[in-house]
Design a protein around this ligand. Sequence first.
Ligand code: SAM
Ligand code: SF4
Length: 558
Amino acid sequence: MSNRTVYLETFGCQMNELDSELVQGQLEALGYRFTEDDARADIVLYNTCSVREQAENKAMSRVGVISQRKREGSAVILGVLGCMAERDGRDMIRRHPQIDLMCGPSELDRLPMLLDNVSRARLSEHAQRLSLDERVALAGKRSRRSKALAAAEDSLEILDLSRAFNPDLDAKSGGRSAYVRITRGCNKFCTYCVVPNTRGAEVHRPPDEIVEECRQLAERGVIEVTLLGQTVNHYRYTHGTALAEGGREVAQVGPSLNAFRTGRFENPNGRATTFADLLQRIHDEVPGIQRLRFVTSYPRDFGDDILEVIAGSPRICPYLHVPAQSGSNRMLKLMNRGYTIEEYYEFIDRAVRLVPDVSIAGDIIVGFPGESDNDFAATVELLRSVPFKNNFIFKYSPRPDTAAITRFEDDVPDEVKRERNNILLAVQAEVSEAVHARWVGRKVDVLVEQVSKRDQHRVPNAAAASPHPGSVALTTEGRALRAPESATKELSGDASPSFAMPSIQLSGRTAGDLITFFDSPAGIDPTSLIGTIQKVRIHESGVLSLNGSLTRGHERRS
Ligand code: SAM
Ligand code: SF4
């Protein structure tokens, strides 16, 4: 067992946040302790992102600071994890000799071994003699080589599963919210994107293991699960093909985009678990999960079967993050997205028709090579035509080893990218404002996440407030409840305050992921509401959020 202290910082997406959570759980189980202060850590780890150059630059500047500390005599161990390690490969450690170890996203189960190698070499003062193999774990081209190999080597599965069984690991939103991976990697090869190279082949986890992980999380008090994958609606697990020892199903490599070009994604003889089946199973078999979300959806092959399951299941959030990337067919083709903008519009129409109150978010890339004023105008039209609650807007960033960087010149000047970015932000602000305004006067369920930034200084330890599952919280009646059962608390009219507390602003999210602010009732410890679902009546709306007040009594979404 190690008693060393680790500082771990995460860059980029939710997938990285989950990886960091798993790394932390794995290292804590081995006795490592975690600190928020890099200056006090024996080990500094950066879990990096390569999707855009800016994210890489940020991570490298942190690496620079620690490297300087090491040159000045610090004995800290410096590790680079994640996509940047995978993308840059061993060259990174050669160029930056202060980096002690590197670990790609598909090799995180080997991190304890790398740390052990480096620590032991330090003790014996043989650090200089450690070979690269002893301090670098990268998949290289291996993770894409063959279906059988990728599945057989899927020891990462154990890492995902271990989290649900680690009782000490806290999750988000007061321990009530957690990510669950359903697929890893990606086979789509959009021309601008590093993910298929850095995270390897698309691997689909067996449905029984996903459902079991959700069940374990629910038992620990988690009420919101977000399923993660690069293109979640393409999840599909074919039964009866690859079985590991003892009949246990193992992860499977998914098909490429070409497999979807022929039309509907069939399920011959019902031998597969589709994404719709998976959602239905989690919803029905784990009722403790009161909010089931999923990101990211792919705009093609999102069948009515999935939309109908969402519409018919009260605990599945009517929220779709479904990036269009561009409104221009010419750009979509050059990006190798595999759909036309007409197909995108058709999907949105179906989603709006079949799922009441559906909330839609997306991603857009501006300044992709060759993007003309007309192409850009089509993207502006897209933003004006779809009721997007928000869009993440990115300036195209040429990435090493992608098809776009080799095939196309990055010919849209940076000032044009910036101007287009600003125009889209302004258009999206108008659209977001209109989407939020539709909720004024209505009652919504809000999963309370935190004391709002505005009021954090008024509540001691508000930023860290998180009733751990199993801990005791007070209801408005002053009754003590254990956290898992108190997830939906009733606020009665004749609340008798247990201690004097001014009204404090709290924030949370609706089922459709709209940020909502409301005041806690005076006399109630506001942090006791974190991690619960409350009914809020909306009075006001803005570009980014809703404002309301708690209603008396509680109703579930039906
Ligand atoms: N798998 C998801 C999909 O296809 O919609 C998205 C995953 S990607 C990690 C997140 C977002 O980053 C993409 O939707 C895209 O908008 C953006 N992105 C990816 N590569 C980019 C690049 N080279 N330059 C700018 N934005 C990029
Ligand atoms: Fe990247 Fe495209 Fe895969 Fe999304 S679908 S991760 S953008 S290659």
